[in-house]
Design a protein around this ligand. Structure first.
Ligand SMILES: [Zn+2]
Length: 171
């Protein structure tokens, strides 16, 4: 099932949840694979430093949906990070979020940590800019759930968006 197209967003297309689940539960850690350059886990990177990496989500439900992750394989921010490291990491989350908001019309910047010990265990922070004008019942969790369809964006468009975000990060 897919939902109606939001203004300014590409149309949503059905998402194969079962195939996705197999990939994340049986495949390698997708963040570690990206950091070490695994060819099947390339993403459009918008920020990288010694400790963290930020990149566009491969199956976005909102344009500009980004993930920010520590490069080190940490699974729990409450157990595995000290407060100073966490605040440094959140500084990167803030910087990427402001660049996203400067790149795309943003009514609300969603920010959350999900993941599962059964798949996608590597700590990562979701940033997803909600555009203006989305009806209330299509906001919040509805807007984020791949079960409601993912955006039909091609790789070239995502590469161009990543370039725009990087430009705002530098500015
Ligand atoms: Zn990892």
């Amino acid at each position: 099932m897919t939902s109606a197209q939001m203004d300014g967003q590409p149309a949503r297309t059905a998402f194969d949840v079962d195939q996705y689940e197999r990939r994340v539960r049986e495949g390698p850690c997708f963040v570690c694979a990206l950091v070490t350059g695994h060819p099947d886990y390339r993403h459009h990177v918008v920020h990288e430093d010694d400790d963290s990496i930020a990149f566009l989500a491969r199956n976005p439900t909102l344009l500009g949906h980004c993930l920010v992750a520590p490069k080190q394989h940490i699974e729990s921010w409450v157990r595995d990070m000290r407060q100073d490291g966490f605040l440094r990491f959140q500084g990167i989350v803030y910087t990427v979020a402001t660049a996203l908001a400067a790149t795309l019309p943003t009514e609300r910047m969603y920010s959350l940590s999900l993941g599962s010990h059964q798949g996608n265990a590597h700590l990562h922070w979701h940033l997803a800019p909600l555009p203006p004008g989305v009806p209330y019942h299509q906001q919040q969790f509805h807007a984020l759930m791949a079960e409601n369809g993912v955006l039909d964006v091609d790789d070239e468009a995502q590469a161009a968006l990543a370039r725009d975000i990087r430009r705002h990060l530098r500015g």
